[in-house]
Ligand binder design. Sequence first.
Ligand code: NAD
Length: 353
Amino acid sequence: MILVTGAAGFIGANFVLDWVAQSQEPVVNLDKLTYAGNPENLASLQGNPGHIFVQGDIGDRSLVDRLLAEHKPRAVVNFAAESHVDRSIHGPEDFIQTNVVGTFHLLESVRAYWGSLEGEARAAFRFLHVSTDEVYGTLGPNDAPFTETTPYTPNSPYSASKAASDHLVRAYHHTYGLPVLTTNCSNNYGPYHFPEKLIPLMIVNALAGKPLPVYGDGMQVRDWLFVKDHCSAIRRVLEAGATGETYNVGGWNEKPNIEIVKTVCALLDDLRPRADGQSYATQITYVKDRPGHDRRYAIDATKIHRELGWKPAETFDTGIRKTVQWYLDHPDWVAHVQSGDYRNWIGQQYGAL
Ligand code: NAD
């Protein structure tokens, strides 16, 4: 049994779907179901005894203590977080509450549980914390990519809250000996991605005939990794990572945002041409840049490749084509997430697009 937190969200849901498909070992999924948690992502697991869903907060000590005592997991994988940079700029408090205070409470519960284990169960236990490359701050155009020893210089409330959680996880290893693992991954894309993030927002807006908002000059560079490859990296680290270590995970795919948007438009032009024969790229609209927008992230994933033999299965070309096709094949999922909170948020952020 493993306990996974935040697995009704984008990456966690992909992780659990892959886990259940590949393993007989059951998963308990603890998720608060914030606006980003979508039970529909896990609809295919309904009635599957390999997946137990529990709605709740990682910061709820009595609930987490009870789940640990009841299910006796051999590992906890922590995906639960507030994850959207723009939301952290407009309202940082939830980020501090979940990413910092929530992770602290989770660590305390896990520390007590681990302390109660004996023998092989104690030796085998792992706490894997899923984090981001954004904790390393921003790079100039000619700077070397982030390695595991790059100093943390987070610039947004989101990345600062993730950095704080990474430091707590590290401290629980050094102070209490808790067997932790941390992964710092670059930008993910793929199925079940909530359309407030760049790639799904562009696909959904393009198909709806709406403007495609690109921040500033669109030349902010990110590394992109297909979500299933992130999930395989996490499985590999859980299986073979050395406790107390951190592993950078990336796709060796550095691209400016505007190139991503143009690639999505070109794929849609091919797969679902506009009725008027024009390119979706005509819908691109440059909007005021995000405050404090980091210019470039790049990640050196040599360590996980060299020490654990992990590498991504998808190139950017194959992964982005699969992603665009997935959104075309799942109009009901898109329609459902576009209701309610999603619509209000997009309205507030970009005005009447
Ligand atoms: P997401 O926003 O799609 O999902 C987060 C999930 O956590 C949601 O299901 C939400 O309901 C749940 N959650 C939020 N607060 C909670 C709480 N207090 N208790 C329990 N559940 C709670 O996020 P994602 O994109 O899937 O990211 C998952 C993790 O991976 C995050 O920790 C994020 O920082 C990290 N990460 C994301 C990316 C990326 O590109 N999306 C890249 C690197 C790392």
